[in-house]
Ligand binder design. Structure first.
Ligand code: BDR
Ligand code: CA
Length: 311
């Protein structure tokens, strides 16, 4: 199995991604979850990460709290999408499993230095603050990363928090800039692909029909944020953004994209956090990312349902 660190700001779609990873031990070894401020503030994202581990029946997974604010800006949150707790929908009890004492950034640095080079993949599902802080503090680790598979950005689908920016990149554009310039191999799941990974009634009912606690939670979470997304986009269902990252690691053949240059706008007020993706190769800037544009949505949901059924 591939060793991964999931950097996350749960978030219902983060939660589904984490469940998918924890349900897939033959493919993925989750070394730890690192929480970051994003959808909701850090005290909630680190707590939610632990709630999800317990829901998966894996209280032994280590959860670390990381940065509580972007590198140089005030935190922007998304309670309007995810609710006050970040995991609104079902009622959930507080977790019993402990939070690790070590800071998430130190855990990321130590892990990348300890494990053989190119054997640890980072999976950022929120703003890139923890990853960029680790790279700033320990530049030697950038060359040791196997891959960074992240959810963030948008090109044809443009923005969801501003007309041109996707939430994760917008919240900490300076961090995103550092990560995209790091030289580490990057795979990007932008809104262009996640907006094709839509929940439908039948898909939600398939989760509920599993008859398990995790199945019921996934159905209730998606019920909750569907309301917002369907109104906003007029789409059939809601995009399950973050699980695309984990599904890519398990079944890359479900996804297609292009190796292109992606640059981050950090200056303009109007287009702050835009992922300027050279999809048509009109500059001579070298490719720094595999930018995913499409997925087999049916295969993606089959994988999700089959794996969540194991929990
Ligand atoms: C991203 O922002 C968050 O609200 C979601 O969890 C996802 O990571 C989508 O723009
Ligand atoms: Ca997220």
């Amino acid at each position: 199995p591939r060793k991964i660190i999931i950097d996350t700001d749960p978030g219902q779609d983060d939660a589904v991604a984490i469940l998918l990873a924890l349900a897939s031990p033959e493919d993925l070894e989750v070394l730890g979850l690192t929480a970051v401020a994003g959808n909701v503030p850090l005290p909630l994202t680190q707590k939610n990460a632990r709630i999800i581990c317990e829901l998966a029946g894996k209280p032994e997974i280590r959860v670390f709290a990381g940065c509580d604010a972007p590198l140089s800006r005030d935190l922007v949150t998304a309670e309007h999408v995810h609710g006050k707790t970040g995991l609104d929908g079902p009622q959930m009890a507080d977790p019993v499993m402990p939070l690790q004492d070590q800071h998430a950034v130190d855990f990321i640095i130590d892990t990348l230095r300890r494990e053989p080079a190119h054997t640890v993949t980072l999976c950022p599902l929120g703003p890139l603050t923890n990853i960029a802080t680790a790279f700033l503090r320990a530049p030697d680790i950038m060359a040791r990363v196997q891959q960074i598979v992240l959810m963030g950005g948008a090109y044809f689908e443009v923005g969801n928090i501003t007309p041109t920016a996707e939430f994760n990149i917008y919240v900490d554009p300076e961090a995103a800039d550092i990560v995209f310039k790091s030289g580490a191999p990057i795979v990007v799941m932008p809104l262009d692909v996640t907006h094709k990974a839509l929940t439908t009634r039948a898909r939600i009912e398939a989760f509920r029909g599993l008859g398990s606690e995790p199945g019921r939670m996934v159905a209730e979470w998606t019920d909750f944020f569907e309301r917002f997304d369907m109104q906003k986009y007029g789409s059939e269902g809601a995009p399950l953004h973050d699980p695309c990252v984990i599904a890519y690691l398990i079944r890359p053949e479900l996804f297609t994209g292009r190796h292109i240059n992606v640059a981050i706008e950090t200056q303009s007020d109007l287009t702050l956090g835009m992922t300027v993706a050279d999809w048509w190769g009109v500059t001579d800037r070298p490719a720094n990312a595999l930018f995913i544009g499409d997925l087999d949505a049916e295969g993606f949901y089959q994988l999700l349902i089959e794996r969540i059924a194991r929990l």
